[in-house]
Write a protein that binds this ligand. Sequence first.
Ligand code: AMP
Ligand code: MG
Length: 316
Amino acid sequence: MIRLCISIMALLLAACSAPADIRDSRFIMGTLVEFTVAGADEAASTVAITAAANEMQRIENAFTIYGNQNNSVKRFNRSQVGASVQLPEEISTLLATALTIKRESNGAFDPALGRLNRLWGFSLPEAPTSPPSSRAIEQAMPPATCIEKRNSGWARLHETCMLDFGAIAKGYAIDRGIEILRNHGIANAIINAGGDIRLIGSHGDQPWRIGIRHPRNRGEVIQSLELQGDVAVVTSGDYERFYIFKDKRYHHILDPKSGWPANTAQSVTVIAKSAMQADAWSTALFISEGHPDISRNLNIRLLIVNNRGEITKNTL
Ligand code: AMP
Ligand code: MG
């Protein structure tokens, strides 16, 4: 009996000595962002999470093209065609990265689809329930070369050219959130923004465990992963924002070549060093379904579920 009590006490002490995870969540960028910190003091973790969440909210405000608040991206989208416009350094840097990924993905990823995205309306407070007309789509499609560096600023080359960082800004915000946590001395944490994740360190003496959502079976995981260190895992899927019209699915990831939702995949998951890269490439490869010419030279790992629900590539 005495021995049993001692071992129960030892177990309790072990549980007490490992601090519990600190969790908090906020609604940012149209999704629930969950913060988990392991192995750190509660008060310090709470301060760090609040700072990280504030930074992510700041990034949403700076990059969004929706809502009533004004920002530099919206001003740029209203600027005169051909005029050079100064953008804040942070936006200019992300735009340059986005245009590089546009080139590397043969145009699959395009940060200048603002007008087309708005026409489809998946990010509007009330998304439409039927597709726009082919004529309206044609009129909203930007030319292949659309945004150009001009002196120290940027210029729109056509009335249809409007910036939309929707496929890369969430990843960038997650990266900044992790940076803020680190600046506050946090070494083990996960930021999970609606399934788009970056993690650092470990979960006690175990790796972090995460699940990749099945693109069709709600609540089901298609693959679980055990990861530690510094890794980002981001998924683009046709189940995130969509409607069914006349038995056909219409969703928020558009093929810039056709102006219609890309139809080769159900989901593409990318593991990369930064959430920004993983975010942009999961969108780009969703459109080109991991086109071997594009994905071969990238330093990323991939899970592709094609439009028939088959896993066609898995290097996770
Ligand atoms: P994600 O969920 O990261 O794949 O990004 C999808 C969001 O990015 C959409 O809601 C649009 O705002 C925008 N988007 C849609 N199609 C593209 C594309 N081909 N290239 C870049 N951004 C896109
Ligand atoms: Mg993306």
